[in-house]
Design a protein around this ligand. Structure first.
Ligand code: CUK
Ligand code: CUA
Length: 758
């Protein structure tokens, strides 16, 4: 045994050795102390988890990217507007239905230009239940359930032709905001209107989509919009606390310029930046709900729209000038201030909500816009303006009171400043041309501080070159001290993320498996769910329905034979209860590709229009015999009779083969028994992970006993072929049970399980 002193000496020597090693590595790799500190702050050791989870827009990939902070490790790309093969999204019938919800005039739109994700809120704080994101181009909104990180719904805006100011949720997720970008006549089928009618016929709008929390879906019939002037509306934000009940949407091009460079007119960029100010729109959604209920709306394409005249009469819509080509609009956590930045101005403007409300109450207006909307006086609404840098865009809030961060596009910089006192605190260069930025829960009533991510548009020289199309660059910045410290770069290789939101990881509670036979896209038991042993094929209305199961390591059925031209609907249920035992299913040359997570039931419907032999298999390396997780689709030419069902196998088995396998299995059983003894003599029930594994192993042992019985029955009939094959199958189940049992045993050993008396 070591004496204490000797042990202490060894530890010291060890520390000195490690120090020497660290220095050697720093020298060899040319790392500074600053680099090593940044690495130490952000490194998440293997097996450890991140503190915050980011949901980032995937830009024109139409997906959402999920990653951790501080590690910046990517966890998932969620298919939203775009098919995503790994998740089977857009391949199985269930998710095709979700994508079909996003069809426009009957046309599949299989991409989206995602900009702004929003996490559902309760009392203005993230609750971690749902996620929303918009599609600027088409324009649509999607709902993602954070129980399983799957897209559940896509709704098409009924009146807009383009949008940008979405998605932003009201403080209890009563509504999800979506505002237009480029004006057009309202109504999806408004048809052609010449540009000479721009001022009279073109319009903007802001839609308040009603969200039903219980169902987890947007309810289009209970949603409504405000008609807005044909300015190019831009971003939105929902008021909170002091400003609860209101929404803000800013705009550019209030000049209402219509372009025409090909006719010798100055281009849009000149015509749209003529005036010194554009307009911030304030919409009083809380009161508007009653106005809609009272029926004071116009139905456009079946959708309730509050026209500008009504808004004026009811006091629902106000304008405030904002300098110059503004972009971001962000309410402070207490809702008492709104910060707006002008892209062509060096200032950020801080509006005072109390002053705004006073002006509205006193009907103290500076004038009217061409549509009669009341305009509040800029100076009288302002708290302060601060010079933050050239091309300020977006602002996020710190956990420290009055502290904010604004992205400065042209200067490639983040400016940290105090919006109460109106002074700049710090500036940090980023690489390069920052768009949005994000602090932890920084757009809620309780920002968490700690980290800031700079979502840069350009990466230029930061990474190993991969051709002319560069990845974007997300940079992680430590904001705990007075000075911002840049710690890490992360290439984003899928599209241009505009905005991202970060939630404390402990607020998310995703499931690890579905209830058995689950239609995840509709959140209910699938009508096609199938239990093991109940697999069947049924012809119904001319469609061959295959009710199958998948479990390590087989697909049931293994052979499907049809006549050419047959419509087939394959419904597969993953009957695994284990964590992380997803199976895939793909058939050669058919575009059938499924992802079947534990418990899930999914379907693939297709016409077997070509005669031939089409192997199918599991696409996830799920077990030692994953490659054997296979089957065959046989498509007979039209009119050809089915051959008799006998199969010719390559291998013949004898009584000796059977006995050899049988005795081997008995040996394996002894090993399994010893593992089982180890587990049940420990307090394994205190470990949910192990309880799950034990359930799984118990299943496998049941299957093993079943196969053993079949082997013995065939042996009794001296059918050595089937007896040996079933003995082999019995062995397969044993291997799986042993594999799971050993995982459970290791877990118990590593987590200090105690021996209990039996
Ligand atoms: S936007 Cu892209 S940088 Cu769509 Cu929010 Cu500002
Ligand atoms: Cu299931 Cu591979």
């Amino acid at each position: 045994m070591l004496s204490t002193a000797a042990g202490f000496g060894l530890a010291l020597a060890g520390a000195a050795h490690a120090q020497g090693q660290l220095e050697a590595i720093m020298k060899a790799r040319g790392l500074t102390e600053k680099d090593v500190l940044a690495a130490a702050k952000t490194y998440v050791p293997t097996g450890k988890r991140d503190d915050f989870i980011v949901f980032s827009s995937g830009g024109q990939s139409g997906q959402i990217m999920v990653y951790g902070i501080p590690s910046m490790r990517i966890l998932k790309f969620i298919g939203v507007f775009t098919p995503e093969p790994w998740q089977g999204y857009g391949f199985d019938d269930e998710s095709k239905k979700v994508l079909a919800g996003g069809r426009i005039n009957g046309k599949d739109i299989l991409f989206g230009d995602t900009h702004h994700p929003a996490i559902s809120e309760t009392k203005g704080a993230y609750d971690g239940e749902y996620l929303f994101i918009n599609d600027k181009n088409n324009p649509r909104v999607a709902v993602i359930d954070l129980k399983d990180f799957e897209t559940k719904q896509i709704v098409v805006n009924p009146i807009m032709m383009s949008e940008h100011g979405g998605t932003f949720v009201t403080p209890n997720t009563e509504y999800v905001m979506e505002a237009t970008q480029y004006p057009a006549p309202l109504g999806k089928n408004a048809g052609y209107v010449p540009l000479s009618k721009f001022n009279e016929k073109f319009r903007g709008a802001v839609t308040y989509w009603k969200f039903d929390r219980k169902k987890g879906r947007i309810v289009p019939e209970e949603s409504f919009s405000f008609e807005l002037p044909p300015y190019s509306q831009d971003l939105s934000d929902a008021g909170k606390r002091a400003s609860y009940g209101w929404g803000a949407t800013n705009s550019f091009c209030s000049e209402r310029y219509v372009g025409g460079i090909e006719k010798g007119r100055p281009p849009f960029e000149a015509g749209c930046s003529q005036k010194d100010t554009d307009f911030l729109h304030l919409t009083y959604w809380k009161k508007a709900v009653d106005v809609v209920k009272a029926g004071k709306v116009k139905k456009i394409n079946g959708h309730d729209v509050i026209m500008m005249d009504t808004s004026i009469k009811e006091g629902l819509l106000y304008l405030i000038p904002e300098p110059k080509s503004p972009h971001g609009v962000d309410f402070s956590p207490d809702g008492k201030y709104i910060i707006v930045s002008g892209k062509l101005d060096t200032h950020a403007s801080v509006y005072d909500w109390a002053k705004i409300q006073k002006l509205i109450k006193a009907k103290d207006f500076a004038g009217k816009d061409p549509y009669g909307l009341p305009i509040l006086d800029l100076k009288k609404s302002l708290h302060t303006q601060v010079e933050v840098g050239l091309g300020p865009l977006h602002t996020q809030y710190d956990s420290k009171p009055c502290v904010v961060y604004t992205s400065i596009y042209v200067d490639s910089m983040v400016t940290k400043w105090d919006y109460c006192k109106g002074k700049v605190l710090d500036q940090l260069h980023i690489h390069y041309n920052i768009g949005h930025l994000m602090t932890m829960e920084g757009d809620t009533v309780e920002p968490q501080g700690k980290w800031l991510v700079s979502l840069n548009k350009l990466a230029i020289d930061r990474f190993n070159p991969v051709g002319p199309l560069h990845p974007q660059n997300h940079q992680l910045i430590d904001i705990t001290g007075d000075k911002m410290i840049l710690t890490k770069d992360m290439p984003v290789p899928l599209g241009e993320p505009h905005y991202a939101v970060a939630i404390r990881a402990s607020k998310l509670h995703p499931i690890v498996r579905y209830k058995l036979g689950w239609n995840s896209r509709e959140d209910k038991k699938s009508e096609f769910r199938t239990r093991p042993g109940r697999e069947k094929m049924v012809m119904k209305d001319g469609v061959l329905h295959v009710y199958g199961t998948v479990i390590r390591s087989h697909i049931t059925p293994e052979i499907i034979e049809v006549e050419q031209g047959q419509k087939i609907s394959i419904h597969l249920t993953n009957v695994e209860r284990a964590e992380d035992e997803t199976h895939g299913f793909a058939i050669s040359g058919t575009n059938v590709n499924l992802s079947i997570e534990p418990g899930k039931t999914v379907s693939a419907t297709f016409v077997a229009d070509k005669a031939g032999v089409f192997p199918y298999y599991c696409t996830e390396f799920c077990s030692a015999l994953h490659l054997e997780m296979e089957g065959i689709l046989l498509v007979r030419p039209k009119g050809m009779k089915a051959q008799n069902a006998s199969v010719s196998e390559g291998q013949k088995y004898t009584e000796a083969d059977y006995k050899k396998q049988y005795s081997q299995n008995l040996g394996v059983q002894k090993v399994i028994d010893s593992v089982v003894n180890f587990i049940v003599s420990r307090n394994f029930k205190d470990y949910p992970t192990v309880v799950g594994l034990v359930e799984d192993a118990t299943d496998q042992l049941k299957f093993a006993a079943d196969a053993k019985k079949k082997a013995e029955d065939f042996a009794a009939k001296k059918d050595w072929q089937n007896a040996t094959l079933w003995a082999q199958q019995w062995f397969q189940y044993q291997v799986k049970a042993a594999d799971i049992g050993l995982r459970a045993k290791t877990y118990l050993e590593q987590n200090g399980a105690k021996v209990i008396k039996k």
